[in-house]
Write a protein that binds this ligand. Structure first.
Ligand code: WT7
Length: 573
């Protein structure tokens, strides 16, 4: 076990949460709720609370969004955001879209992407954000499963939206210049410029839906994780005590809204806390990222272990070329944060990188390191006040310190998913031990209550912080004419955490070759998405299977890592 005596002391200066243990003892979610206007009305809208509440206060002229990419730089105040999101809402409503409709946003980051997301939520729609790298199959699966009524996308991405296979899709709303519109298409920017800046917001119940984030499991197609407006309580509170957001902060979350980090912490947490939110479009490069930190004068920075490892790989010299003195708080999520990376951060950034643990399903941070709390490198930290986490065995017994088991969370908490779209059975699988949400991660706790991540219990792959279901990749692989069978695993990788490795048996008449490997990789890339394409492919005569025909990924993994294969009693022959 990676238990460590190493301790990095918490900050003693100004931060929002000064005494974690004290706050835990006295905490009450109902006190947090009083921040919001729905305390009085009973009706809510998370977009209103994020934007309009500030626009209509004395913060109207404060910058809410600072967007930049290599070709564009623009800023919007809370008041401007209020109007833009109202106009987007007007456009959607004019098309007949209404409360409960599923509206997808499939485009690269840009101000319009954020106007669309929030505008849709303002009219009560349920937004499905899609990462721009998704290819046709991935887009179709998600739109079909959710019965999407509309999609906001760009002319460049349109060919990946198989409209003819999506009978429920009524509207394609395009963001671009000089558009030539076809039937059922709308020009978002043009229509917004004609639309009123006022909007009757759809006031909804706390338990009404606002977001559908598709994520992967180890079996079946991606599942639509359904979140409700009530999540705002936890977005707001964790923004305050974990991100430590304060009035003057300039905050940058590097995640795309296609992933849950990019909505919960790229939209809601910063804006519910009324701070300036920086969005940077374009791809990763150490130079661009350090330039963003310097030129935007970022104070709070939320990123991921893969990014930190790549920055570490880029060397220490490059860091000294930039003035990063404004950065006062750094956080990480998505995969295990190596103690080595934290030590490196102490060296070059002169501060701690704070690990946080949560999942698409949990909607917001649950186990975290807080600025004022001592940190043990290698630990994800402790549960947020108001939340109980535990290590339990498969019967639901809580395990003592240092015993590895299921990382479980006592139900409910404010931002917990409320269903898996169209799939109550899948939803129930998380709650098979009464009173607990079973995360699928294994972990242990030390005697001081710090949690240490150990791994996934299922076969889900975590590559560069992105979750990939092996089944999805295998299904795509076997669509290739040369492939008879495929088994996909995560192989440990020093930079990406894991990479995707595919074991493939070929159909008669096909021979292994380097060209075939390239072709297969391109096939998955084109069909599914770049991050789902196997980086390594190994050909096998036969794959290990159970008698019921299931590929035994555990055996593939044992082969790969030179480990004992374990119990083979269910193997085919
Ligand atoms: C899985 C959830 C919501 C954040 C982005 C990922 C892994 C997440 C950590 C961490 C070790 C972590 C877990 C989890 N994970 N944070 N701090 N340390 N592992 O969301 O795609 O839903 O993936 O990511 O395995 O179950 P996601």
């Amino acid at each position: 076990m990676n238990h460590t005596e190493e301790r990095l002391p918490g900050r003693k200066d100004r931060c929002n949460l000064t005494d974690y243990e004290q706050e835990r003892r006295t905490f009450d979610w109902q006190e947090i709720e009083k921040t919001f206007s729905w305390h009085e009305t009973g009706k809510v809208n998370i977009a209103y609370e994020s934007i309009d509440r500030h626009a209509l206060s004395d913060k109207g002229d404060k910058i809410a969004l600072r967007y930049s990419d290599p070709t564009r730089q623009s800023s919007y105040t809370f008041e401007e955001m209020r109007k833009k999101t109202n106009q987007a809402g007007q456009v959607f409503r004019k098309l007949g879209l209404k409360k409960g409709d599923r509206l997808f946003v499939f485009m690269p980051r840009s101000p319009e992407c954020y106007f669309a997301l929030l505008g849709a939520i303002k009219i009560g729609a349920i937004v499905g954000p899609l990462f721009e790298a998704f290819m046709e199959t991935a887009v179709r699966d998600r739109l079909q499963d959710s019965g999407a009524a509309a999609i906001v996308t760009t002319p460049e991405l349109l060919h990946r939206v198989p409209v003819s296979e999506l009978p429920e899709l009524k509207h394609v709303i395009l963001v671009g210049e000089d558009l030539k519109l076809e039937d059922h298409q709308t020009d978002l920017i043009a229509e917004m410029s004609q639309a009123s800046e006022k909007l009757e917001i759809e006031w909804v119940d706390r338990e009404d839906g606002m977001l559908l984030h598709y994520t992967s499991g180890s079996t079946g197609k991606p599942k639509g994780v359904y979140h409700v407006h009530n999540a705002m309580i936890q977005h707001y509170y964790t923004g305050k005590i974990v991100l430590d957001l304060q009035e003057e902060d300039v905050y940058w979350c590097t995640a795309d809204p296609g992933w849950v980090t990019g909505t919960s912490y790229g939209i809601f947490a910063p804006w519910l806390n009324g701070v300036t939110n920086v969005v940077r479009g374009g791809r990763f490069s150490p130079q661009d990222w350090y330039d963003t930190l310097q030129s935007q004068e970022i104070t709070v920075w939320y990123s991921a272990p893969t990014a930190f490892r790549m920055l570490m790989g880029a060397g220490n010299d490059i860091v000294s070329q930039y003035d990063l003195s404004k950065v006062r708080h750094i956080l990480s999520v998505g995969e295990p944060l190596n103690p080595e990376v934290i030590r490196w951060g102490m060296q070059v950034y002169k501060q701690r990188i704070h690990d946080t643990w949560w999942m698409t399903e949990t909607g917001a941070q649950l186990i975290c390191n807080y600025p004022s709390m001592d940190m043990k490198p290698g630990s994800m930290g402790k549960p947020i006040p108001g939340v109980e986490a535990a290590i339990i065995d498969d019967q639901g017994n809580e395990l003592p310190p240092y015993r590895m088991g299921n990382l479980a969370i006592r139900t409910p908490w404010p931002s917990m998913m409320r269903k898996i779209w169209n799939n109550p059975g899948k939803y129930q699988e998380y709650f098979y031990l009464s009173g607990w949400y079973i995360s699928g991660d294994s972990a242990y706790q030390d005697e001081e209550g710090y949690f240490f991540f150990q791994g996934r219990i299922d076969d889900v792959i975590n590559t560069s912080g992105e979750r990939v279901g092996p089944f999805e990749v295998e299904s795509k692989l076997v669509e290739h004419p040369a492939i008879a069978e495929a088994g996909v695993i995560g192989k440990p990788d020093p930079v990406r955490g894991e990479i995707i490795k595919a074991f493939i048996s070929l159909r008669k008449g096909y021979e292994p070759s380097e060209e075939l490997i390239q072709e297969i990789r391109a096939f998955v890339k084109e069909g599914l998405s770049a991050h789902a394409a196997p980086r390594e492919i190994e050909f096998k005569e036969k794959l290990p299977k159970t008698r019921s025909g299931k590929i035994m990924r555990r055996v593939l993994k044992a082969w790969e890592l030179d480990l004992p294969t374990g119990d083979l009693s269910t193997i085919e022959d």
